[in-house]
Design a protein around this ligand. Structure first.
Ligand code: GAR
Length: 214
């Protein structure tokens, strides 16, 4: 019920996934706990075998597989994504472990309405897909890393930052233990950012995102 698509005054969101789907699950959990007033109207996966699709189906969300390699060009895959998101009347789109680089036509269709979660404190360790940013943080020897939620622009991982959460890097960390510590924060931060984006309280001025008082 909470995640199902359908007509209602609860704002519709779309979620794009490629893999495990723990952030998608966190969105459903936040909705079910009453912490996020939204419904997941549509889930789009770039892979037919993504475990996230099972999570979406279990929550009654409409699912689409749009694999860029099935399209003659990234732009055509992008145009299909835009059509699906528009048909679902989404107000906000979350990239929750979505691997392909979104075509510019998608970014332009939803200005300041697409949110990405990235497992580093951007602008550090931008550009890669998990677990690369976590591995790069370990290799760089930083003592703090974390996760970032930001609006998606045409430049990868460079859009205005909505929120960040830092975690310590411990001496005996490996990629797995560090990723797990960051993931706890991801699961808190992504639903929070979606709620803020839906609230209309965020304004974007250049690279800065300001939050108006409630
Ligand atoms: C998450 O750690 C997310 O931050 C990362 O992929 C993982 C997806 O996990 N995203 C990126 O690296 C984007 N560049 P999930 O499928 O369990 O949500």
């Amino acid at each position: 019920m909470s995640g199902a698509s359908g007509s209602s005054d609860i704002p519709a969101i779309g979620v794009l996934v490629s893999g495990r789907g723990s952030n998608l699950q966190a969105i459903f959990n936040a909705i079910e706990r009453g912490e996020l007033r939204a419904r997941v109207a549509v889930v789009i996966s770039s892979r037919a075998d993504a475990p996230a699709l099972r999570i979406a189906a279990d929550h009654g969300s409409t699912c689409h597989v749009i694999a860029p390699r099935d399209y003659p060009s990234r732009a055509e895959a992008g145009a299909t994504i835009v059509d699906v998101l528009r048909a679902a009347h989404v107000r906000v789109v979350a990239l929750a472990g979505y691997k392909p680089i979104l075509d510019a036509c998608v970014v332009r269709a939803f200005p300041n309405a697409i949110i990405n979660i990235h497992p580093s404190l951007l602008p550090a360790f931008a550009g890669g897909m998990a677990p690369r940013p976590q591995a790069e943080a370990l290799a760089a020897g930083v003592k703090l890393t974390g996760c970032t939620v930001h609006f998606v622009t045409e430049e990868v991982d460079a859009g205005p930052i909505i929120a960040q959460s830092a975690v310590p890097v411990l001496d005996d960390d490996d990629v797995e233990t560090l990723s797990a510590r960051i993931l706890v924060e991801e699961h808190r931060l992504l639903p929070l950012a979606i709620g803020l984006a839906l609230s209309g309280r965020l304004t974007v001025e250049g690279q800065r995102v300001r939050l108006a008082p409630a």
